[in-house]
Ligand binder design. Sequence first.
Ligand SMILES: *Cc1c(COP(=O)(O)O)cnc(C)c1O
Length: 458
Amino acid sequence: MNLPFAESYKIKMVEPIRKSTIKERERWIKEAKYNLFNLHSDQVFIDLLTDSGTGAMSDRQWSEMMLGDESYAGASSYFKLKNAITDITGFPYFLPTHQGRGAENVLFSAMIKEGDIIPGNSHFDTTKGHIEFRKATAVDCTIAEAFDTNIDHPFKGDIDLEKLEKVLKEYPKERIPLIIVTVTCNSSGGQPVSLKNIREVKQMAEKYGIPVFFDSARFAENAYFIKMRENAYADKPIRHIVHEMFKYADGMTMSSKKDAIVNMGGFIALNDKPLFDKASIYNILFEGYISYGGMSGRDMNALAQGLYEGTDFDYLEARIKQVEYLGQILKDNGIPLQNPFGGHAIFVNAREFLPHLPKEEFVAQTLAIELYIESGVRGVEIGTLLADRDPETRENRYPELELLRLTIPRRVYSRNHMDYIGAALTNVYKRRDQIKRGFKIVKEAPILRHFTVELERR
Ligand SMILES: *Cc1c(COP(=O)(O)O)cnc(C)c1O
């Protein structure tokens, strides 16, 4: 008998979670203005809102917290983190930030000006927000296959080199300060980018004299997929693959709340000393002195340890296989999903799930609300609400994919939780014809509206 896959860790401490009734949840979600971000966490049974900062730290990370050096400058925790980052990524320079968007804010302040063009693969929402806030434009060059959830392409995060070259030819070099490659590509479904594609993007960027930066929140999960799906790397250790990935980048921004398995933190790492010096000024202005940048010494220690744990093969295998396990349950029950499964989440194709709802009624949000009422499982809309309005026309942007994301926190839930989620969404799927109405907006913010939007039933 083949031994089944099992987690490469065991539980030392538990956190109780609260069950509730359908009646309670109907009331709570109404009080929350049908915005799942407004729910109190004790109104949620299984929280799949995000994998960001929601992971469980290890006993070794908690031990590192106790060793934190809280000196303002020159703390040992700073050097511990610096060494870990250089060891894992190869970049010699780094700036700590409070989280990923802090890194974007600092780096983009040093690099992006009004009117600039930033090509990339489905820029993440905060990345796009920071680009558009500077009156620059993010141009999506992701391969077309990414937008058809039924195509089984191994690297749906890949950049379409023709689309990229078209942008590089159309605009002068002075207006393209950088290319951003997101690994894995969150917005297109947690889909990886192949090393072949990374290499080709870098070659093209060099031809046009433009630096390449990775938005690296899930770089380790990306490396796992490269190992599993790209033949040339099947026998290479994860850290070797990670090194090779970053070899083709000039720098990176990192949300440590993802693959570094800490609850808060981020950083910039790069090769170029003059750019490091320029960014350091913004780091001091926005984040904190360059030896802590919004993080405590103890947090930097836990992050340094997390970078090693997050790039461990056994851990990554347990992580990705758990996500896959949930995906398989849903797939076996006929639920339309993004294929292949993403690294950190299962993406449900809400438009195919509820084909009778008009796109103006926020289809993925409607599905997220139904799943919550059914089960207390909180997913998140990756669709029209998240896509925001066009900054110029102020019209709703209707993205190519309308998705419900079920994001799995790292090292937090068990297989029984996955079974529960699978049964809950299957129940909603069986009664999908009775879901006849969606939602309309009553109140929204001018940018990143999904966090605070208020809705009512149509
Ligand atoms: C989470 C994330 C960010 C932003 O990081 P925060 O830590 O949430 O500020 C940027 N890019 C990607 C791809 C992300 O997943």
